[in-house]
Design a protein around this ligand. Structure first.
Ligand SMILES: Nc1ncnc2c1ncn2[C@@H]1O[C@H](COP(=O)(O)OP(=O)(O)O)[C@@H](O)[C@H]1O
Ligand SMILES: [Mg+2]
Length: 263
């Protein structure tokens, strides 16, 4: 097998006396959809925060291999914007958008890390900058089309229906052209119709070759989409495998699926 694009080893995070992550190993390979599941408080968001530079892990390492080649790099200790630049983009459990900016501008901001001379509203704009801006706008608009948001391009982000705001976060993350896309509970708070549309969107993104790591509570979504599932409880990995293996794993059933999940 080829090298994983994301290779996390021994990741540990202590908050005072609480060990939120306990020597976690996790790999994501090119083209895969990998899910990270577990009860509330298991440490899933902490994992994302350690991988994306929000927290500096107590122990362990986070390595990134660009599938297009180049050296393996460690993301440990990099600031979140640098991590994005290196190729990890994420969405948040609680939506974080620029609510007073338009939908299109929100995606254009995401593109910022891939360009050199882009400043929104700059007064002096030489032709090269104007060309770059036009290109950013085109790419951003095509991402709105992909995520079903083109009709809202000039609306303020805050005026979007909930499900559309969640899709906009995904569009903004995609604008950074990530090697790996991380989604923290993308279906949270969605109604069944919105969840179905989200499943279709994630499938479509994946079919484009995008590797995805997702945290999600909706078991139907997880089982439908994932190539591989990691299960956490109390900061530790308790199981890994494909959906069929996870479904029939007794530890998982005990820790998680037994608690009323419909899988
Ligand atoms: N910044 C923090 N300071 C202290 N404790 C934290 C912090 N972030 C998370 N925790 C604790 O770490 C544990 C895991 O939390 P979290 O990663 O949010 O779980 P999950 O996303 O799986 O629901 C919880 O006990 C939580 O209270
Ligand atoms: Mg969480």
């Amino acid at each position: 097998m080829t090298k994983p694009i994301l290779q996390v080893s021994g990741l540990t995070m202590d908050f005072g006396g609480i060990r939120a992550l306990n020597h976690l190993d996790l790999n994501v390979h090119s083209g895969e959809i990998v899910a990270l599941i577990g009860p509330n408080g298991a440490g899933k968001t902490t994992f994302f925060n350690c991988v994306t530079g929000i927290y500096y892990p107590t122990e362990g390492d986070v390595l990134l291999n660009n599938p297009k080649g180049g050296k393996t790099i460690s993301l440990k200790g990099l600031k979140p914007n640098k991590v994005t630049e290196k190729g990890l983009a994420r969405t948040f459990q609680n939506i974080r958008l620029f609510s007073k900016m338009t939908v299109l501008e929100n995606v254009m901001i995401g593109r910022h890390c891939r360009t050199h001379a882009f400043v929104i509203g700059a007064i002096f704009r030489p032709p090269k900058v104007r060309r770059e801006e036009q290109e950013i706008m085109n790419i951003s608009y095509s991402l709105l089309e992909k995520t079903g948001l083109a009709q809202y391009a000039n609306e303020l982000a805050q005026n979007l229906p909930y499900g559309a705001q969640r899709r906009l976060e995904i569009a903004r993350a995609l604008a950074t052209e990530p090697i790996l896309l991380l989604l923290d509970e993308p279906a949270a708070g969605m109604n069944p119709q919105e969840t179905m549309e989200l499943v279709d969107l994630i499938k479509e993104i994946s079919n484009d070759g995008q590797a995805i790591l997702l945290i999600e509570h909706d078991m139907k979504l997880v089982m439908t989409l994932s190539h591989k599932i990691y299960v956490m409880d109390y900061g530790k990995k308790i199981a890994e495998g494909d959906p069929a293996e996870i479904r029939s794993n007794p530890d998982v059933i005990k820790a998680y699926l037994g608690e009323g999940a419909d899988a």
